[in-house]
Write a protein that binds this ligand. Structure first.
Ligand code: NDP
Ligand code: MG
Length: 388
C-alpha cells in the first residue's frame, strides 16, 4: 500500500536520512511536497527524483531560481513562509518535520491543525510553542511521533506501559566533541571543532548545540511536553558512546532502554513504519566490538546550558521560547565568528534575564511574537559587544 509523505527540510541532514529510507522503499511512498530554505538546486533535484507534486523554498528571493530549475518537470514551485504552511496543510499520511529552528513552527502547526501524523525532528518548534502545540495536538487529534533519537527511544520504551507507572525518564547525552575540554580550551573552541561530533553526523546548528549541551537542554524541555511525568522525573546522564539512546525506569525499578547504532535512520524508520517496523540498511549492533558503555553526570559548571533549560521550563510561560530564540541567535553568531563558544550560554542567560516580563504565549502568533522580541534582545546584546 502506498502512503503519501511531505518532508519539511528535505535538503538537511534529517531530510537526507529520510529520503535515503524512502529511496530504498520507493514503491511504498508517494511524495507530496518537499521544502528547503534556499538550497534550490538540491531541492529541485530531489523533487524531480522523487516525483514530488510540490517544491517550496522558505526564502521568496529563491523562487525564480526554483522555477527555472523545475521548468518542464511538472513539479509545482512555491516560496515564502505562507507557502511552507500551505504545503504542510496538504493532506498526507505522514509529515516529517525537519526544518531547523523556530522557522519550522508555523509549518508544524499547520500539519497539526489538519490532524496529521507528524514525525517531529524539529525540536525547537516544540520547545518554543510548548503547551500551545500540545493543546493543538489534542484539539485536532494529531499524532506526534518523536523522531529525536532520545525521545524516540523513550516512546518505544513506554509502549504498552502506563505513564503513571513511570518513576524516572533518563535522557542520555553524548557530551559532544568538547566534553573533556578545560575552561580555557572551551573559551578558544572554533566552529570547526564544535561541529566535529564524534558519534553523529548532523546539521551545523544542532552540532553546536550538542557541543554546548544546549541540545540536551532543548531535549529536556521537549521530553517534558511529550511525556507528562513532571520535571522531577526527568533526568540527564552523559553516555559518550551514544548506544543507549534513553531509558525509562518504572516504579517496580525495572528500567527499559533502547539501544541502536548512532544513525538517525533508526528513529526515522521507527516513525515512518509506526506502529510496525521496517528494514534499515544498518549493520547489527555489535556490543562486543563496542566493549564498554559508560555513564557520567553532566558538568554544569563547564556546560551551563542544561541548567538554563531546566530553569526556563521550571519558570514556564515565555521562558523556553526566549531560551530557544536567544540560542538560535547565539549559535549563528558563533558559527560566523562573532561570538566565543563559551559566550553562547552567557548570551542566552542574559537574554532571559532581560526578558523576564514577557507574557505567557497563548497562541501561535504570541509564541512567534515572543520569539521575535527575544531575537531582537539577543541581537542588541551582541551589538553592545558586552558578551563577545
Ligand atoms: P540541517 O541544517 O541539516 O537542515 C535544515 C533544513 O531546514 C534544510 O532543509 C534547510 O534548507 C531548512 N531550513 C533552514 N532554515 C529554514 C527556514 N528559515 N525556513 C525553511 N526551511 C529552513 O538540520 P538538521 O537536519 O540537522 O536538523 C533538522 C532538525 O532536526 C533540527 O531541529 C534538529 O535539532 C533536529 N534533529 C536533527 C538531528 C540530526 O541528526 N541531524 C537529530 C535530532 C534532531 P536549506 O538547505 O535550503 O538551508
Ligand atoms: Mg537527540
Amino acid at each position: 500500500m502506498t502512503r503519501s509523505l511531505t518532508l519539511l527540510g528535505a535538503t538537511g541532514s534529517i531530510g537526507a536520512s529520510t529520503l535515503d529510507l524512502v529511496r530504498r522503499n520507493r514503491d511504498a511512498w508517494q511524495v507530496e511536497a518537499l521544502t528547503a530554505h534556499c538550497s534550490v538546486a538540491e531541492l529541485a533535484a530531489l523533487a524531480i527524483e522523487f516525483d514530488a507534486k510540490l517544491a517550496v523554498v522558505g526564502d521568496e528571493a529563491c523562487l525564480p531560481a526554483l522555477r527555472d530549475a523545475l521548468a518542464g518537470s511538472g513539479v509545482e514551485a512555491a516560496a515564502g513562509r505562507a507557502a511552507l504552511c500551505e504545503a504542510a496543510a496538504r493532506p498526507v499520511d505522514m509529515t516529517v518535520a525537519a526544518i531547523v529552528g523556530c522557522a519550522g513552527l508555523g509549518p508544524v502547526m499547520a500539519a497539526i491543525e489538519r490532524g496529521g501524523t507528524i514525525a517531529l525532528a524539529n525540536k525547537e518548534a516544540l520547545v518554543s510553542a510548548g503547551e500551545v502545540m500540545m493543546q493543538a495536538v489534542a484539539r485536532h487529534g494529531a499524532t506526534l511521533l518523536p523522531t529525536d533519537s532520545e525521545h524516540n527511544a523513550i516512546f518505544q520504551c513506554l509502549n504498552g506501559n502506563r505513564i503513571e507507572d513511570v518513576a524516572r525518564i533518563t535522557l542520555t547525552a553524548s557530551g559532544g566533541p568538547l566534553r573533556t575540554w578545560s575552561q580555557a580550551e572551551l573559551d578558544a573552541a572554533t566552529p570547526a571543532q564544535a561541529v566535529a561530533h564524534p558519534n553523529w553526523s548532523m546539521g551545523a546548528k544542532i552540532s553546536v548545540d550538542s557541543a554546548t549541551m544546549m541540545n540536551k537542554g532543548l531535549e529536556y524541555i521537549e521530553a517534558y511536553h511529550l511525556f507528562p511525568v513532571g520535571l522531577d522525573r526527568l533526568h540527564i546522564v552523559v553516555h559518550p558512546q551514544s548506544v543507549v539512546h534513553s531509558m525509562v525506569e518504572f516504579r517496580d525499578r525495572s528500567t527499559l532502554a533502547q539501544l541502536g547504532p548512532s544513525d538517525m535512520r533508526v528513529p526515522i524508520a521507527s516513525c515512518l513504519a509506526w506502529p510496525q517496523r521496517m528494514e534499515t540498511p544498518l549493520a547489527p549492533l555489535d556490543l562486543a566490538a563496542i566493549g564498554q558503555l559508560t555513564f557520567e553526570p553532566t558538568n554544569e559548571a563547564l556546560f551551563p546550558a542544561t541548567r538554563l533549560a531546566r530553569e526556563a521550563i521550571a519558570a514556564g510561560g515565555s521562558a523556553p521560547a526566549i531560551l530557544n530564540a536567544a540560542n538560535e541567535v547565539a549559535v549563528a553568531a558563533f558559527l560566523s565568528g562573532q561570538l566565543r563558544f563559551t559566550r553562547i550560554a552567557a548570551l542566552v542567560e542574559e537574554t532571559l534575564a532581560r526578558s523576564n516580563d514577557a507574557p505567557r504565549p497563548a497562541s501561535l502568533a504570541e509564541v512567534l511574537d515572543v520569539d521575535q522580541s527575544a531575537r531582537r534582545q539577543a541581537r542588541s546584546l551582541l551589538e553592545t559587544q558586552a558578551l563577545v
